[in-house]
Design a protein. Sequence first.
Length: 77
Amino acid sequence: MADHFLDTSGLHCPMPLLKTKLQLNSMQPGESLEVISTDPGSAKDIPSFLELTRHALEKSEESEGVFRFLIRCGDSR
């Protein structure tokens, strides 16, 4: 179970990514965030963003148009 949960269902690009970024900025290193999105762009946008950050994508899945991401907040390096 994730430490934090963010439901961006119904929001369109770039809002799911922006809300994810804001939530991660407020979290402590090691905490986890589960993000739910119905925007197909999230399947590419969120993993691409995370590759450029200190955060880690632990799990990503899609089922019936719903995208779920489990993200681990990285340290502040």
